[in-house]
Ligand binder design. Structure first.
Ligand code: PMP
Length: 377
């Protein structure tokens, strides 16, 4: 029987949850959210019943926006929106809004499960979709380097996913697109490291991995892209009313946004900004990749080394027969959510912002102990 490591689970009040779909939240944020359900401090109102036309709602949205601007140093010529429909709705809203003339091409990099989903929705909107790089034939084990794709200078935009959550692949840097607007699905690495927003035309990320609970999606869009949006799209799917009404075109998910506010405060005040968060991410990922690399094939990383994600560590065990016992033994020690995505199987350990370094350490110890016990299996 594998013993609990010295890093006791008691240092963290909940289970160590490494699930990929929905991340952890800092214990401090959970207790502040719990308190806000009774009363947003000093307001006499529960966060669950804030009227969207009230000053309190405006204040919550404004502070959340201000914090994201500060964390990412967002330039003044970008708007920040809080929308519903998840990252999946952006797969459609982006081509609807930014693909003005359908004679123009749009360029897509297909590097994994989620960029494939985005591509499919673009193909519904128009025919002229160029796949400028596709990693499918290689089973999505890496992201391309710059010389492997060519962006059409006439493209309305180029879309990519900075961190493929399922396969555990991450682009280290934004694509170089010259003047073609760069659009990025940052759902799984948003606010995990500093990013130069000025390189992008549009960035989107749902909240439920790094920055909050499900229900709200952040969109950061450059002003000039708002000027070309066609007039024939349904109002709620058009970015402009959301910009004009500062995310209160219709009733926003105020509680979900309030949780994002709490997380951004935590990132600013407790973590000390995104450079510190990035450093923590590096440390957490390094712990797990070290075990994989030194395991002599007992653990097998999915991604090629230079494409490895610092956020989703995806691997197999030497034989698939060991994966079910691995997951079961982990559960006994309070480590949950290690099952790989249903499309890929294997193991995935997700290290979102709120996973403490202790959590990665605890999993590292477990992996070493499991290997020791089963190395001759
Ligand atoms: N993009 C990425 C990178 C994702 O990881 C996910 C979901 N895990 C999505 C998009 C879809 O997000 P949603 O469920 O919010 O639509």
């Amino acid at each position: 029987m594998i013993q609990a490591s010295s890093n006791s689970i008691a240092t963290y009040p909940l289970l160590y949850n490494f699930a990929g779909g929905v991340g952890l939240l800092p214990p401090k944020v959970i207790s502040e959210a719990q308190q806000a359900i009774l009363e947003v401090p000093g307001t006499g109102i529960s966060a669950l019943v804030i009227n969207h036309r009230s000053q309190l709602c405006r204040d919550i949205l404004d502070e959340t926006e201000k914090n994201i601007r500060t964390l990412l140093n967002v330039p003044d010529n970008y708007r920040i929106l809080f929308l519903q429909g998840g990252a999946s709705l952006q797969f459609s809203m982006i081509p609807m809004n930014l693909w003005v003339s359908k004679n123009q091409p749009v360029d897509y990099i297909v590097s994994g499960y989620w960029s494939t989903k985005a591509l499919k929705e673009a193909e519904i909107e128009g025919k002229n979709v160029n796949i400028i790089w596709n990693g499918k034939a290689q089973k999505f084990v890496r992201v391309p380097s710059q010389h492997e794709y060519k962006i059409d200078p006439d493209a309305a935009y180029v879309h990519y996913c900075s961190n493929e959550t399922v396969e555990g692949l991450q682009f280290a840097e934004p694509l170089e697109t010259r003047n073609v607007p760069l659009v990025c699905d940052m759902s799984s690495d948003f606010l995990a490291k500093p990013v130069d927003i000025s390189k992008y035309g549009l960035v989107y990320a749902h909240a439920q991995k790094n920055i909050g609970a499900a229900g709200v999606t952040v969109v950061i869009i450059r002003d000039d892209l708002l000027e070309c949006i066609p007039d024939n799209i349904p109002t709620v799917l058009d970015y402009r009313p959301h910009v004009e009404m500062k995310s209160i075109y219709n009733t926003p998910p105020v509680f979900a946004i309030y949780v994002v506010l709490l997380v951004t405060r935590w990132l600013l005040n407790d973590i000390g900004g995104l450079a510190n968060m990035a450093e923590q991410s590096q440390r957490k990922a390094a712990m797990l990749y070290k075990v994989i690399d030194q395991s002599e094939g007992f653990y097998r990383g999915h991604a090629q080394v230079d494409s490895r994600s610092l956020i989703n560590v995806v691997f197999n065990l030497a034989t698939p027969d060991l994966e079910t016992p691995f997951i079961a033994a982990a559960k006994q020690l309070g480590i949950i959510g290690l099952e790989g995505h249903r499309s890929l199987g294997g193991i995935r350990a997700s290290l979102y912002d709120s996973m403490p370094i202790d959590g990665a350490q605890y999993l590292q110890n477990f992996m070493l102990e499991f290997q020791e016990q089963f190395k001759n299996y």
